[in-house]
Design a protein around this ligand. Sequence first.
Ligand SMILES: NC(=O)c1ccc[n+]([C@@H]2O[C@H](COP(=O)([O-])OP(=O)(O)OC[C@H]3O[C@@H](n4cnc5c(N)ncnc54)[C@H](OP(=O)(O)O)[C@@H]3O)[C@@H](O)[C@H]2O)c1
Length: 330
Amino acid sequence: MKGLVLAGPGQIEWREFEKPVASPGKALVKMKACSLNRRDEWIKEGKYPNIRYGGILGSDGSGVVEAVGDDKDKDWVGKEVVINPNVNWGPDPDVQSKSYSILGMPVNGTFAEYCLADTDRLQPKPFHLDIVHAAALPLGGLTAFRALFRQGGLKAGQNVLVSGFGGGVAQFCFLFAQAAGANVYVTSGSDTKIARALKLGAKGAYNYKKENNYSELWKTKGGFDLVIDSAGGDQINNFIKILKPCGKIVFYGATNGLPSKVDLYRMFWNHLTLQGTTMGNDHEFMEMLSFVGKHQIRPMVDSIRPFVKLPESFADILLPDKVGKIVFQI
Ligand SMILES: NC(=O)c1ccc[n+]([C@@H]2O[C@H](COP(=O)([O-])OP(=O)(O)OC[C@H]3O[C@@H](n4cnc5c(N)ncnc54)[C@H](OP(=O)(O)O)[C@@H]3O)[C@@H](O)[C@H]2O)c1
C-alpha cells in the first residue's frame, strides 16, 4: 500500500508498505479520506517534538473497517468510521499523560491506503456527514470542543471572539459556538473570509491586518466573555482589553510566536484568565461527535482533492485565501 512519510528534514515522499494485518486489539481500516492540519506542515518543517523519519504522517482520517483482530470486535467490520487521533491520553481527564502523542507522529497515521488503528480509537462516522467531510473532523473538532466548552465554559448568550476565522480549528470554534447559542464574533486577515463569516451569521468581524487597536470590537455590548486564539503574539493584549471582567482567553497554538509583553496589570484587576489547551480526552472526542451529530454541523471544507495531490498540498495550508480544511479522497 501507498503511504506518505517524512523521509528527512523538509522532505515528504510516497513509500510502498506491506498491507497491514489486523491483530488483537487492532482494526484494519481501508482509508477513504484524510485531511491536512497545520501540525503536518510543522512536522515537515521539523518544528515538532519526537520527530521520526520513515513513519506514515496524518492525524485526520475516515474509512471503512475491513478486518479486526478480535472476534468480539467483529461488528465493526464494514462500518464507516472516523479515527480518534489521541494516542495514550491517559487516566486524567484534565490533562494528557507523559506518553501522549497524536496519530501520525511518531505513531503511523492516516495518510495511507490503510491504517492499522487500535480498535478503541474507532468511532462511527456521524450519520449526516459523508465519509469525505467526516475526515475533516477529528483533530480540529476535538481541539475546538475542549477549548470552547471545558476550558472556556461557554454558555448560550455569551459573547465569544474566535480569532483567525479561516483556520482549520477556528472554523470549528465558530460553528460549535454558534450551535451552542453564543454570540460569535470573528477576526481574520482577509476581507473575503470576513464577508463569509458575516454571511454565516457572525455578529461582527474584524480584519486584524488593517487595524490593531480593536476599538470597534471593544464596543461590543459589555465586552467578550471568551476569546479563542491560536495566533499568539502581541495581539493578546488587544484580547485582554476587550474581555469583560472575569473573561477568559483560551489558546491552543502560538503560530505567530510569543508576545513581547503581557498586560498583567489589566489581567489581575479584571480577574482575567489566560488558559492553554491541547486536543481533548477520549470522552470529549465522543462528546464532540455527538454534538456534531445533534446540531448537524458540516465542517467547512476548502477543497476536496485526489489523494495523489497530498504532498504538493502541504504548502497550501499556508494560503491566505484558504477557509477550513483541505480534504483528500483516497
Ligand atoms: N494544541 C493543540 O491541540 C492544537 C490543535 C490544533 C492546532 N494547533 C495549533 O493551532 C494553530 C492553528 O492550527 P490550524 O490547524 O487551525 O491552522 P491553519 O488552518 O493553518 O489556520 C491558521 C489560521 O491562523 C490565522 N492567523 C494567522 N495570523 C493571525 C493573527 N495575527 N491573528 C489571528 N489569526 C491569525 C489565519 O486566519 P485567517 O486566515 O482568518 O486570517 C489562519 O487561517 C497552529 O499553530 C497549530 O499548530 C494546536
